[in-house]
Design a protein around this ligand. Structure first.
Ligand code: HEC
Length: 209
């Protein structure tokens, strides 16, 4: 085998393996949502940057499913893709049309056509069963549909979502202890009333034994 035919064999294998290869990123790539700083712009250059935003609820009940959309506006605006991730292991993402699951993240399944100057990716997020504030990270690439990484540009966005109370343990804010003294004094009255009311009973019981 000369080096040229080996390269072709390699390309053939990559084509067979499909989406997982870094050489076939038009069918999806993970790790570029902006969650770990990297975005699509590591490779996609030359185009005008789009604006990217999430649409969807910023609060969810524990274990509830919320409907979200990553919207890409402007840029080359022919085709586009997305990378979406969440920073809480108890939460999960469910792909809508044009998206697929890649590990714990979501990615475009293939470049999706813009409608006018806008491209929308719908998905849902299943909240964890715990009180927590989590972050949704999304990168959206606005591409010129030339099947190359040139002439494209991505932007990224983040959305904080409060699940339940939004914090794992309801912490006592500082300075509460002083106020607590007054509170405890007031609430101790019923306590003593009850204790005194029980006293005669206790005395009777003791006499009987
Ligand atoms: C490691 C480099 C790399 C990264 C990172 C990368 N891509 Fe790509 N992407 C490419 C290359 C190379 C192509 C062209 C070859 C192909 O079609 O796979 C491409 C093609 C595309 C295309 C088609 C572009 C066109 O003009 O036809 C889209 C859409 C796309 N990528 C989306 C994304 C999105 C969204 C991200 C970030 C979440 C991303 N890519 C991250 C390398 C990358």
């Amino acid at each position: 085998m000369n080096s040229n035919s080996m390269r072709h064999a390699g390309v053939f294998v990559i084509a067979l393996l499909g989406a997982t290869s870094a050489f076939a990123t038009s069918t999806g790539i993970s790790g570029n949502s902006g969650k770990d700083t990297a975005t699509c712009n590591t490779c996609h250059k030359g185009g005008e940057a789009p604006t990217v935003e999430f649409e969807g609820p910023s609060t969810l009940e524990k274990g509830a499913t919320g409907q979200y959309t990553l919207i890409i506006r402007g840029g080359a605006a022919k085709t586009g893709g997305a990378g979406i991730a969440v920073d809480d292991a108890g939460a999960s993402l469910v792909a809508g049309t044009g998206l697929k699951k890649l590990g714990t993240e979501l990615s475009h399944s293939a470049p999706q056509a813009f409608t006018g100057t806008e491209l929308r990716f719908n998905f849902s997020l299943v909240a964890p069963a715990t009180d927590v504030t989590l972050n949704l990270f999304g990168a959206g690439n606005s591409a010129n549909a030339d099947q190359k990484s040139d002439g494209d540009r991505a932007a990224s966005t983040k959305l904080s979502i409060k699940v339940g109370t939004g914090s794992p343990v309801a912490e006592q804010p500082g300075g509460d202890e002083d106020e607590g003294g007054g509170c405890a004094a007031a609430s101790s009255a019923p306590f003593w009333a009850l204790a005194l009311a029980g006293l005669p009973l206790a005395v009777i019981r003791r006499r009987r034994s």
